[in-house]
Design a protein around this ligand. Structure first.
Ligand code: C2E
Ligand code: MG
Ligand code: MG
Ligand code: MG
Length: 280
């Protein structure tokens, strides 16, 4: 009868929930040890100058965290929040910064002069009183010129300026390190925020670009973000380019910098090096 059926359905539901909870617990209990176990790695996604006729070699890259867990390689979406909630993102974040700066500097020394690298920051990291001091240390130790480091933050960081966030942002800018607003348009910032904070770059979120070449209203939104950013003196980098139609659209709008699976997936440092070797 219906009651029995309902019960059966619930118990099946419970099993699924249990499995999910178990999986989550598994991730939570293991990811907190990942740093000391040396299980984190960085992939680098190349950023390209899209202008026609420009040699297709990367002009910059974005460092993206990966967790080598057993035989899996786990993307940050499923564990970053665990690191944030536990505070473990602080040491992990410094590790990412150190690794990425070291890698970028070694590429520069190998001949990729001016090549810049982006590092994603969590809001929690920016609340720390000594963030800029540690950043300065990393720059000195690695010898990376500040102008070639980009720190990416999301709108939520600007909305919730907890702890030392605001003084840190100002000091980062004063040090000459660039600041990028990631996933722009997906959060709740008002447009005025683009002017109120010392930003250098706006990253146009993938979700806006997805339909822009075939949906006039999406196109209008993209165009407005690109124009507004440019008129405020900000550089625009398009994210998540998957088709050549999207490249065409961006070029029509004079947005000449972008990254995406069409151009290059996130890859190991050695693979990125091969892209240059091919371009030479
Ligand atoms: P994000 O900073 O917006 O990074 C771009 C994400 O889009 C990456 O996912 C990348 O693999 C993916 N992507 C790039 N091109 C394409 C494309 O053409 N199509 C599609 N569908 N996706 C594309 P990933 O590596 O899974 O990272 C997810 C997010 O995790 C990042 O989003 C960033 O917010 C966060 N994250 C990554 N590394 C770090 C880190 O070291 N620290 C912190 N705090 N957050 C990180
Ligand atoms: Mg990013
Ligand atoms: Mg992004
Ligand atoms: Mg995005």
């Amino acid at each position: 009868n219906a009651k029995e059926a309902g019960k059966a359905r619930y118990s099946r539901y419970d099993v699924t929930m249990q499995q999910l909870a178990h999986e989550r617990l598994n991730i939570e209990s293991n990811v907190l040890q990942a740093l000391q176990r040396n299980e984190f790695e960085l992939d680098y996604q190349p950023v390209f100058d899209l202008s026609p006729g420009v040699k297709q070699t990367p002009v910059a890259c974005e460092a993206l965290l990966r967790w080598r867990h057993g035989d899996q390689r786990i993307a940050p979406g499923s564990f970053i929040h665990v690191l944030e909630e536990s505070g473990e993102i602080i040491p992990v974040g410094y590790w990412v910064l150190q690794q990425a700066c070291q890698q970028a500097r070694s590429w520069q020394l190998a001949g990729q002069t001016g090549f810049s690298c982006s590092v994603n920051l969590s809001g929690v990291q920016l609340q720390e009183a000594d963030f800029c001091q540690r950043l300065q240390q990393v720059l000195q130790q690695t010898g990376l010129p500040p102008r070639t480091l980009v720190l990416e933050i999301t709108e939520s960081v600007l909305l919730d300026q907890a702890g030392h966030t605001l003084p840190n942002l100002r000091e980062i800018a004063a040090m000459g390190v660039k600041l990028a607003l990631d996933d722009f348009g997906t959060g709740y910032c008002s447009l005025g925020y683009l002017n109120r904070f010392p930003l250098d770059i706006v990253k146009l979120d993938r979700s806006f670009l997805q339909e822009a070449h075939r949906n006039p209203r999406q196109a209008t939104i993209c165009r407005s973000i690109i124009d507004l950013s440019r008129n405020l003196g900000l550089q625009v980098v398009a994210e998540g380019i998957e088709t050549s139609d999207q490249v065409e659209f961006l070029l029509q709008e004079s947005c000449c910098l972008g990254q995406g699976f069409l151009l290059g997936r996130p890859m190991a440092a050695k693979e990125l090096q091969r892209l240059w070797a091919m371009g030479l």
